[in-house]
Ligand binder design. Structure first.
Ligand code: OGA
Ligand code: NI
Length: 363
């Protein structure tokens, strides 16, 4: 790199470090009355121009009504809908999923209260310590990404152990999070059954592979932004794990790339967004699609979302690859097997805007 380049990089590093050291996140900047967003958040003009080539459209990701799921005839229809959505979109929304509206609303309110509480209290949770089960920070990939993103997150990780002591959670969202985690994991079990059946496998196939075992929650807060057109809440990416269940407040911003068009995933009251992750694309031998999505920010209201990532037993050297039952002479394996712990370490060694994907694992 030339001298001027490294000076620019040094300056950027200093800015990132100064921002991180304040421990106030993006919301802290907004609260301090900032009207022009700092350089570290501004995306390069080339990236912004590229986006203009992708049109925005009014079509919607499929919405699947899960009521009557235990009735044989209805279940078959639901499995068919899940199959089509997982193949063509990699995204769908579910309604009548069994999680009470009060549990969803309280989770969103809890995350709002956590983020909007006194800064000095919130700062106590600020850390990048990988060993901590519960941590608050901004941009988990702050030092690795090319551009910082307009978002703060509370991360709750159940990857290393299933047990969560409620006292580790911030009081502002403690009860709400305990209730939500219990219910969302149950819904995860149901979805893994449907996804197994839609692959023509026994209902417990994906669960018996421990797909539902490791989960973590990323509770995002995207503050209103004075210059929403030059930055992003989350850059275009696909989720690295197996399956994601996403709760969003009634503020839109999430978009999925479908046939080279950005499609808004509009919030439905009581609905949850479900999307296929890279590992599920891999183990389904590309029957299912892990799709690219991103989050735009707006200048009016904060967006709040809670992503529950099911990633499998990622702390173990467990081998994952295309499911044997899906492989035949006509359907040869498209991916090589991977060790989950190595895979996830590789993911965390990069920024989210550094397209990771499955390319390295293709045969
Ligand atoms: C994610 C994600 C979307 C959202 O956390 O991976 O895509 O709406 N979140 O917050
Ligand atoms: Ni995502």
């Amino acid at each position: 790199m030339d001298v001027s380049g490294s000076v620019v990089n040094d300056d950027r590093m200093k800015e990132l470090k100064a921002f991180d050291d304040m421990k106030v996140g993006v919301k802290g900047l907004v609260d301090a009355g900032m009207v022009k967003i700092p350089k570290i958040f501004v995306r390069p003009p080339t990236e912004l121009a590229e986006e203009l080539n992708c049109r925005r459209t009014q079509i919607q990701v499929p919405v699947i009504d899960l009521s009557g799921i235990q009735r044989g005839d209805r279940r078959k229809e639901i499995v068919d809908e899940v199959k089509i959505a997982s193949e063509k979109w990699g995204f769908f929304q579910v309604v009548n999923h069994g999680i009470p509206l009060s549990v969803l609303d309280e989770m969103i309110d809890g995350i709002r209260m956590f983020n909007e509480q006194d800064l000095e209290v919130k700062k106590q949770f600020y850390t990048r310590d990988l060993m901590r089960k519960v941590k608050f920070n901004t941009n988990y990939d702050l030092y690795k990404s090319r551009t910082a993103n307009w978002r703060d997150s509370l991360i709750i990780s159940l990857l290393a152990s299933d047990h969560l002591d409620p006292n580790e959670l911030p009081p502002t969202c403690r009860e709400a999070a305990m209730d939500y985690i219990k219910d969302v994991r149950k819904l995860g079990d149901t979805l893994f059954e449907l996804l197994s059946e839609a692959l023509g496998l026994k209902p417990d196939h994906l669960r018996s592979m421990e797909c539902a075992n490791g989960c973590s929650l990323a509770c995002h807060y995207y503050p209103a932004c004075p210059e929403p057109e030059v930055t992003l809440g989350i850059p275009a990416h696909s989720d690295p794990g197996i399956l994601t269940i996403l709760l969003q407040n009634q503020i839109s911003g999430l978009q999925v790339l479908h046939e080279n068009q950005w499609v808004d995933v509009l919030p439905i009251p009581g609905g949850l967004v479900v999307n296929i992750g890279d590992l599920l694309q891999m183990i389904s031998n590309s029957k299912y699609t892990s799709n690219v999505h991103r989050v735009l920010v707006n200048s009016v209201e904060p967006r709040i979302s809670v992503a529950c990532f099911f990633s499998g037993p990622v702390t173990a050297p467990k081998l994952y690859g295309p499911i044997k039952e899906l492989i035949s002479e006509e359907n040869p394996p498209l991916y090589r097997d991977v060790l989950l712990n190595e895979y996830i370490a590789k993911f965390y060694s990069r920024g989210l805007d550094d397209k990771f994907g499955l390319e390295h694992y293709k045969l």
